[in-house]
Design a binder for this molecule. Structure first.
Ligand code: Z5A
Length: 225
C-alpha cells in the first residue's frame, strides 16, 4: 500500500474518557513507523514543556472555579505553545503528527458542556489554531459507562473531568458525535467498544483510505471555523 508522503499529515484522536485514544494513538504511530514514516506522537493538553505545565494546573482542578471560558482560554494557551514547538515543526519537516486530543475537545468539553457562546469559541479556535487543522480526526465512540469503567479500572484517582457524573459523560459522547456529523470529510467515527486490535485495524484502514485517496485538505479544513 502506498501512502502519499509529500508533506506531514496531522491526525487527531478524540472521544470521551476511556475511549481508548491513547492506546490507539500509540498503535497508529507504531504502524506508521513500521512502514517507514516518521511520526510524532503527542497529546493535549500538553505536548511541549510549557503546555505540560499548563496541563498540570488545569487537571488539578485549580482553574475550574474560574469557569469554562477560563478553562477554554487555558487549553488554548497550551495549544498555542504545543503548535509552535511541537506540531508545526514536525509537519513542516514532513513528519506525521498523531495527537491524542486537540481542539475538538475544547469544542466538546468547554463549548458544548460548558455552554459557551459558539462565536467566542470559534474565534478562540481561529486565533489559536490558525491554518494548522487536522487532516483527519478519528472520533472513538464508546458508551459512557464503558469508558468510565475503563478509566476507573486504570486509576482510582479521578481528575477534574473524570470526577463528573454519568450524564456529563453521555452529553460529552453526543457532543463528539455532533462534531463528526458537522464535518464528515475531516472526521471518522470508530466504534471503540471492541477489542483493541480490531479498533486498531479499523483506524488503520480509515487512515489508508482517507489519506491515500484524498491527499488534499478537506473543504471544511479550508473553510473552518
Ligand atoms: N480536555 C478539555 O476539557 N479540553 C481540551 O481542550 C482538552 C482536554 C485538550 C485530559 O485528560 C482531560 O482534559 C480530558 C479532557 C480534557 N478529560 N479528562 N479526564 P487525560 O489526558 O488525562 O485523559 P483523557 O484524554 O481523557 O484520556 P483517558 O480518559 O485517559 O482515556 P483514553 O486515552 O481514551 O483511553 P486509554 O488510556 O487508551 O485507555 C483507558 C483504559 O482502557 C486503559 O487501561 C486501556 O488499557 C483500556 N483500553 C483501551 N482500549 C481498550 C479496548 N479496546 N478494550 C478494552 N480495554 C481498553
Amino acid at each position: 500500500m502506498t501512502i502519499q508522503n509529500t508533506r506531514g499529515r496531522f491526525i487527531t484522536l478524540e472521544g470521551g474518557e476511556g475511549a481508548g485514544k491513547s492506546t490507539q494513538a500509540a498503535r497508529l504511530e507504531s504502524r506508521l513507523r513500521a512502514r517507514g514514516f516518521e511520526a510524532v506522537l503527542t497529546r493535549e493538553p500538553g505536548g511541549s514543556p510549557l503546555a505540560e505545565q499548563i496541563r498540570s494546573a488545569i487537571l488539578s482542578g485549580a482553574i475550574a472555579p474560574l469557569g469554562p471560558a477560563a478553562e477554554a482560554v487555558m487549553f488554548s494557551a497550551a495549544r498555542i505553545d504545543h503548535l509552535r514547538h511541537t506540531i508545526r515543526p514536525a509537519l513542516d519537516s514532513g513528519k506525521w503528527v498523531i495527537c491524542d486530543r486537540f481542539s475538538d475537545s475544547t469544542r466538546a468539553y468547554q463549548g458544548a458542556l460548558g455552554n459557551l457562546d459558539p462565536q467566542f469559541l470559534r474565534e478562540l479556535e481561529r486565533v489559536t489554531v490558525g491554518p494548522t487543522r487536522p487532516d483527519l480526526t478519528i472520533v472513538i465512540d464508546v458508551p459512557a459507562e464503558l469508558g468510565l469503567a475503563r478509566a476507573r479500572a486504570r486509576s482510582a484517582f479521578a481528575d477534574r473531568f473524570e470526577a463528573e457524573g454519568l450524564a456529563f459523560h453521555e452529553a460529552l459522547r453526543n457532543a463528539f458525535l455532533d462534531i463528526a456529523v458537522d464535518e464528515p470529510r475531516r472526521c471518522a467515527v470508530v466504534d471503540g467498544a471492541g477489542d483493541a486490535d480490531a479498533v486498531s485495524d479499523t483506524i488503520w484502514r480509515i487512515v489508508c483510505e482517507r489519506l491515500v485517496e484524498s491527499p488534499e485538505p478537506s473543504p471544511e479544513k479550508k473553510a473552518a471555523p
